[in-house]
Design a protein around this ligand. Structure first.
Ligand SMILES: NC(=O)C1=CN([C@@H]2O[C@H](COP(=O)(O)OP(=O)(O)OC[C@H]3O[C@@H](n4cnc5c(N)ncnc54)[C@H](OP(=O)(O)O)[C@@H]3O)[C@@H](O)[C@H]2O)C=CC1
Ligand SMILES: CC(=O)N[C@@H](CCC(=O)OP(=O)(O)O)C(=O)O
Length: 345
């Protein structure tokens, strides 16, 4: 299968290039760059010398239609929503890493992304690519809306809990922490070295665009309406994302019982690793991989359950999960191209 990546010089694209190099059934035949078409990717990323040796292309739907079966959009919000339908018309499968197709409720995308929404007819074709939860739907779609990084870690931690009706719908507190690559490669005052190094800061409390995404999908499995308090933090590390989630339980369950339920829930999912009692995951333990590691502590004293979920924001949080979804869509081994053991230390 021939694939193209749009947004060629961004971090998501570069992670896709790294992972696709190991994929047995996908041939990368075009890296499309708005800012640097005509140049070699190694001009921007010397580590990719001899890894992808064609010059980067301009976006041209006719060439894509003739040469490409699959397009990954690794572009900022607001780009893919206008390009995807042209690809689908030509029979090209699309995987969108941005937030353009994730929010389905009326007015949600405009409110949280401050942009005009995608055409409803195209939006309807999108399937949310949280692989472990929507595998059946993913098999039947040609447009994947890949989840956000914080929602991936949060929903994998919380969906099982709401499916079993153990948690109260209110009072969910999510403390998210991301490495700086989560903000992409573009330069900004917020992310440069002296602003982030030796510092830890919260941003967008209560207003982050991933809040409606988390609530929308939890609401598909909860009895009553779920609301979440989500505060992301920027951490002075390159990669990695950790969500520490506190939930009020309807009835106390021991940590052992919670773990045993999650182990069973994810027993056929090669990328979700449930930690044994007393072991809480760290971002270093998933670095460079497609794993989501989840640990638990159930507090009898407060009646609250703490869930800690760790991913690599560029792996399971973006490019890794995008490839996992393509594997599922094509009936390939779900782990194809994704066998990387986390880089440690
Ligand atoms: N970084 C992360 O950890 C995660 C990112 N995402 C999402 O994935 C997408 C890509 O993220 P990331 O790679 O980190 O972002 P980057 O900012 O690193 O890269 C995005 C790339 O898109 C291209 N681009 C920028 N503006 C436009 C435009 N107006 N039209 C077309 N192309 C444009 C540029 O590449 P060029 O000029 O070469 O075309 C740019 O480098 C985003 O939507 C992001 O929110 C989702 C989960 C995690
Ligand atoms: C550290 C950092 O800035 N992370 C980004 C991650 C979100 C993202 O990638 O945006 P979409 O998934 O909505 O497209 C942020 O908080 O906005």
């Amino acid at each position: 299968m021939n694939a193209a990546i749009v947004g060629g010089t961004g971090y998501g694209a570069v992670e896709l290039i790294r992972l696709l190099k190991q994929h047995p059934s996908i041939q990368l035949n075009s890296v499309i760059s708005k800012s640097q078409s005509g140049t070699l990717i190694q001009e921007a990323y010397p580590h990719l010398q001899d890894i992808y040796s064609h010059t980067m292309d301009e976006y041209d739907i006719h060439t894509l239609g003739e040469e490409t079966d699959l397009v990954f959009f690794a572009t900022p919000a607001g780009v893919s929503k206008d390009l995807v339908s042209g690809c689908l018309d030509k029979g090209i499968t699309c995987v969108d890493l941005s937030g353009d197709f994730r929010l389905t409720g009326d007015g949600l995308y405009e409110t949280w992304y401050k942009k005009s929404p995608p055409e409803k007819s195209v939006q309807k074709k999108a399937t949310y690519g949280l692989t472990e939860i929507y595998r059946k739907e993913i098999k039947e779609t040609s447009l994947i809306s890949n989840p956000g990084c914080y929602p991936t870690a949060t929903l994998l931690a919380l969906m099982p809990l709401f499916k079993t009706n153990w948690a109260k719908e209110g009072g969910i507190v999510i403390d998210g922490k991301s490495g700086v690559s989560g903000a992409g490669r573009g330069m900004s005052l917020n992310t440069h070295f002296s602003e982030t190094n030796e510092s830890l800061k919260a941003y967008k409390p209560g207003t982050h665009q991933h809040i409606p995404e988390i609530e929308q999908f939890l609401n598909t499995v909860s009895e009553e309406e779920v609301t979440v308090t989500f505060t992301p933090h920027l951490v002075p590390m390159t990669r990695g994302l950790l969500c520490t989630i506190s939930v009020e339980m309807k009835e106390y369950q021991t940590t052992k019982d919670v773990i045993s339920y999650y182990e069973d829930f994810y027993k056929n999912d090669p990328f979700v690793r449930i930690r044994p009692e007393g072991k809480i995951p760290a971002t270093k333990e998933v670095y460079g991989s497609n794993f989501c590691d989840i640990g638990f502590y159930s507090d009898k004293r407060t009646g609250r359950l703490t869930i800690v979920s760790a991913i690599d924001n560029l792996g399971k949080g973006a490019a890794g999960q995008a490839i996992q979804n393509v594997n599922v869509m094509n009936g390939w081994e779900e782990t194809a191209g994704l066998g990387q053991v986390p880089v440690y230390p």
